[in-house]
Write a protein that binds this ligand. Structure first.
Ligand code: UDP
Ligand code: MG
Length: 319
């Protein structure tokens, strides 16, 4: 049998002192059981990324590392947000492993799904999405806002996996692909599907946070959604162009209507021309803004310098 693969778990942590010791314990149990079942290599590691926490998080990570080198720590210079912390972790460990699984420090994402993710990797998947199939433990409000978030994102033209957060397996190949996206407005959930390759999904039930509190209150969630939309798609601009075109169409209808009124003499002087102008100018202005917007949209996509392609295989002779 071929050699078992090296797995690195990557966990961004921001003020997670309440949950870290328990999280470390559970992850260690999980990874040692996978190692003894020979599903992953003994070189596998658990990596905590400290995202500029203001509490004891980093000290706990350093202690864990000292007690058992299977735990590793990456300390960011300051708080940079979940997405950047995650990327920092993934890029730091990329060259030491065959695959990574990213998950939250609060273990709301069932760690038993890891087994299945690794199986999917062995079957050839480069990316495996963890997808929540139930939200029984979320409050009605969190459920409503979270699912509304995915619906809004999809409506706005972002290609994201429904009910998938950042619990996912990525192979080294997929991470190499991710590295080529140089944009600084990072919305991983939207970018990962752009990488391509064979992907799979694993379903799990989302649990309650067992300690500490959510670092994503409504305000952060809204700004996250806005960030996602404006950093992924130019659909809002297209909507302006569409509105402008519609208004202009309406102005034509108004023109016909006012001409009829004019001819039948049912108007006072000046009404016809003013009526038409108001609509036509409004429509034309909006349309022009939309067109300018389309060009800005192009500039925006150019500055992102996204990779034009990622090569999956190249069959060629040895030299
Ligand atoms: N997190 C982070 N930096 C931040 C905010 C959050 O690294 O600025 C981490 C946090 O420690 C956790 C993960 O991102 O591991 C998800 O946060 P949380 O569980 O609070 O979000 P929720 O599950 O409520 O959406
Ligand atoms: Mg959470």
């Amino acid at each position: 049998m071929e050699k078992s693969k090296i797995l690195y778990l990557v966990i961004p942590c921001y003020n997670e002192q309440e949950v870290l010791p328990e999280t470390a314990k559970q992850l260690l149990a999980k990874i040692t059981s996978l190692i003894s079942a020979k599903k992953i290599s003994p070189k596998s590691r658990i990596v905590f990324v400290n995202d500029g926490s203001k509490d004891q998080t980093w000290n706990i990570i350093a202690d864990l590392h000292e007690q058992n080198p299977i735990f590793q720590g990456v300390n960011l210079s300051r708080n940079k947000g979940h997405q950047n912390a995650l990327l920092a972790g993934l890029m730091t460990v990329k060259s030491f492993c065959d695959m990574t699984i990213s998950l939250d420090a609060d273990l709301q994402d069932d760690i038993n799904a890891i087994d299945e993710m690794v199986e999917k990797y062995d079957q050839g998947c480069e990316i495996v999405y963890g997808v929540r199939n139930a939200r029984d433990t979320d409050t009605a409000f969190k459920k409503f806002t979270a699912e509304g978030f995915y619906k809004l994102m999809q409506f706005m033209g972002a290609d994201i996996v429904f009910n998938h957060a950042d619990y996912r397996l990525m192979s080294r190949k997929a991470l190499d692909g991710l590295e080529q996206f140089e944009e600084s407005n990072l919305f991983l959930r939207g970018i990962v599907p752009m990488i391509g390759y064979q992907t799979g999904e694993v379903y799990y039930a989302r649990k309650e946070r067992f300690a500490g509190e959510s670092k994503y209150p409504l305000k952060k969630m809204l700004s996250f959604a806005w960030e996602g939309i404006t950093s992924l798609t130019v659909k809002p601009i297209k909507m302006i162009t569409f509105c402008g075109a519609m208004l202009f169409l309406i102005s034509i209808i108004i023109l016909i209507y006012s001409l009829i009124r004019h001819v039948t003499g049912a108007t006072i002087q000046g009404w016809t021309s003013i009526m038409f102008s108001v609509w036509a100018i409004g429509g034309l202005q909006l349309l022009s803004i939309g067109i300018i917007g389309e060009y800005i949209g192009k500039v925006y996509l150019e500055t992102k310098a996204r990779p034009k392609y990622i090569i999956k295989e190249y069959l060629h002779d040895a030299d």
